[in-house]
Design a protein around this ligand. Structure first.
Ligand code: WTA
Length: 650
């Protein structure tokens, strides 16, 4: 901890006029925790309410009175906040600036007026297919403007969207459609990424062979590949629906606590959970964090380089920016195609001022060499952001120096699908930065560190990160399983929300996230549950048993290491290894593909049959000298075999 003072980056002089400075942060933070009702009464008004709220936070994390609500007596419409309220002042400003995969391709931009028009039409089209308040609609979409239109159209009529990342397999998509019984699926013929096409509609067709809730499939014709929509009463062409619909669609009045969306995320056990966010609190949180953390000033061009299939895309491509009247750039492609300059070329082309991306992308680009960055200008940039996983100081320094030319603060934002928006983060005009630290809590956030027994740790310490109080953007339940919501987040440390992350607090009160402490692996900033990968592996006919752990990976942050025990008579060779990797890609999607597969005659188990993951993690990490106590194993000799046959990272 002695290096906490080394490499501190003070707030640059040019940031003296930021929306919030250091004294402002301290004062606002104090008020947010000492007088939450007063604070949220003021900040809840940053969005438009149909019926104003009088209540703010009504919540309890205790088993007996468990429940979470914010602004509960207010009503609003989220799409009206993202569209209608900007029409008078910025109707002709670009809302969505779309950059296609192919740099020579034609981009598109939708003004607030154009976006409003298309959302209203599509919302009417959804209504004509029977959708309304509370309907579930699954989106399996590429990074195109129609995805934003579809999300806002759902919000306009009070339907609940569930966006499934387009990199998931038909199997994974089917599971998510079934879990929430979606009646409508919106997709595109194909997506484009890095010069290749992704067969989205074909994947939907495959998924629908095992989903019977779906009545309608709407297809956006994007590439023109994969055949025209059948127009058979079940399949519809997006453009035809929009063209036929009326542009007049008054927004549905929604209660603050009415659901806005479901987003599936991996946990340490079982199937992915449908994280449910509601309307009022979520939008307040997304809009407020977007404005303050990015010091956003309309109409500058802001770019969040996440995929809209993850929470970062929901909160920081769509809802936060559009509620704030921003110009939000949406990029269809990948960072290293056609070459490793692409991201910075897009920054120059559109004069991007704020860029928000993941450490895994930075590490991948850093490996390609500085020349790819150096050949671009990047003079429009004034702020950089990082999200999704811990950023190693080396990548931080590179981002700061090479990408930002030493001029731009970096906001390293720690948060989760469950939190709706930023929780621990610097404010660029207020916070001195330490590379690798997410720094200090946002307003209303009360982080605490506890040890394994739940004892509160004071001062400089390392432990499990919990949150002591609710905040407006907090998830409200797991779709269809409220008991699981309580069990997952509130049972480990009674009265607190458990994040699943480990964390260190230094002598200055700065937080340093150390990574997950549960059985979740963070692969390239994407959460993967070890249990999901294990159940995909054991579904293979030759596999008897599987255990999956994370291992360090130079680009992805963490890679997936799988130990596999085969059925009697099977042999583990290279061909089977490749087949198992393909199998998992097919069952879940490419992000779940193991980086290493080790065939093991047995797994280390306690006498009661529990797999000792601690040992498997150490072996995967290559720390075979520090396996700890193995005497409680049923058969300690299996460890020798595991160590001897360790597979080096691919
Ligand atoms: C990790 C993504 C360190 C963390 C927004 C968390 C981070 C999980 C950071 C949530 C960060 C996210 N520094 N770790 N700045 N941001 N994480 O739900 O482990 O996809 O629990 O949300 O990512 O991932 P999720």
């Amino acid at each position: 901890m002695s290096d906490d003072k080394a490499g501190v980056y003070p707030v640059p002089a040019e940031w003296a006029h930021a929306k919030i400075d250091a004294a402002g942060y301290r004062e606002m933070y104090r008020r947010s925790v000492e007088d939450p009702h007063g604070f949220w009464t003021e900040h809840g008004r940053r969005i438009d309410w149909i019926k104003p709220f009088t209540r703010t936070g009504d919540w309890s994390f205790d088993a007996e009175h468990f429940g979470i609500a914010w602004f509960a007596d207010g009503t609003l419409n989220v799409s009206a906040n993202c569209l209608d309220r900007h029409l008078a002042t910025r109707g002709e400003q670009v809302a969505i600036l779309w950059e296609p995969d192919d740099p020579a391709g034609e981009g598109r931009s939708l003004t607030y007026r154009a976006l409003h028009d298309e959302v209203c039409r599509f919302a009417n089209a959804l209504k004509s297919l029977g959708a309304g308040k509370g309907s579930r609609i699954t989106l399996y979409m590429p990074m195109i403007p129609e995805t934003t239109v579809a999300m806002l159209a759902c919000a306009r009529i009070g339907a609940i969207h569930s966006v499934v990342f387009a990199g998931f397999s038909p199997e994974a998509l089917a599971g998510r459609i079934q879990d929430c019984d979606s009646t409508i699926v919106i997709t595109a013929d194909e997506g484009r990424r890095g010069g290749k096409t992704v067969p989205l509609r074909a994947n939907v067709d495959e998924a629908l062979t095992h989903c019977n809730s779906v009545e309608h499939v709407i297809v956006v014709r994007h590439t023109g590949g994969g055949g025209a929509p059948k127009e058979d009463g079940r399949e519809h062409d997006y453009a035809a629906l929009v063209a036929a619909a009326s542009p007049d669609c008054p927004p549905e009045e929604m209660a603050a606590e009415d659901p806005l969306f479901i987003l599936y995320t991996s946990g340490s056990t079982g199937k992915p959970k449908g994280v449910l966010h509601t309307s009022g609190g979520y939008l307040v949180w997304a809009a407020m964090t977007h404005e303050i953390v990015f010091d956003y000033r309309a109409p500058e061009v802001y770019w969040c380089a996440a995929d809209v299939g993850w929470v970062t895309g929901h909160s920081y491509i769509v809802y936060g920016p559009l509620a704030n009247g921003a110009t939000s750039l949406m990029f269809e492609g990948v960072p290293n195609w056609p070459d490793a300059s692409r991201v910075w070329q897009v920054v120059d082309k559109h004069r991007v001022t704020i860029f928000y991306g993941a450490p895994t992308m930075l590490r991948a680009l850093m490996r390609e060499g500085d020349q790819w960055v150096a050949r671009t200008e990047r003079s429009s940039l004034r702020l950089l952001g990082s999200v999704g996983e811990p950023i190693n100081p080396e990548a931080w320094e590179w981002y700061h120096k090479v990408v930002g030319g030493g001029r731009c603060p970096i906001v390293d934002t720690w948060w989760q699908t469950e939190t709706g928006g930023h929780m621990i983060t610097p404010l660029p005009g207020a916070t001195a930065l330490k590379p690798g630290s997410a720094t200090l809590p946002f307003f209303g956030v009360v982080p605490e560190l506890v040890d394994a027994e739940g004892k509160l740790l004071e001062g400089a310490a390392e432990g499990n990160l919990v949150l002591a109080t609710s905040w407006p953007g907090q998830m409200r339940t797991v779709w269809g399983d409220h008991a699981r919501f309580f069990q997952t987040y509130f049972s480990a440390y009674p009265g607190k929300y458990f994040t699943g992350d480990g964390c260190r607090r230094d002598a200055d009160g700065y937080y340093w996230i150390t990574g997950r402490v549960d059985d979740v692996i963070n692969v390239s900033g994407h959460r993967m549950g070890t249990a999901e990968v294990e159940s995909a592996l054991v579904a293979h006919p030759k596999v008897a048993e599987a255990a999956v752990v994370g291992m360090p990976h130079a680009v992805k942050g963490q890679g997936i290491y799988a130990y596999v025990t085969l059925n009697a008579g099977e042999t583990g060779d290279e061909a089977l290894r490749a087949e198992l990797v393909r199998w998992v890609r097919h069952e879940i999607g490419p992000i779940a593909a193991p980086d290493a597969v080790q065939f093991a005659p047995g797994l280390p188990k306690t006498r009661s049959g529990k797999i000792m993951r601690r040992i498997l993690r150490k072996i995967a990490e290559g720390e075979v000298g520090s396996l700890g106590d193995t005497s409680t194993l049923a058969d300690p000799k299996v460890v020798d075999d595991l160590v001897a046959n360790r597979v080096p990272a691919a």
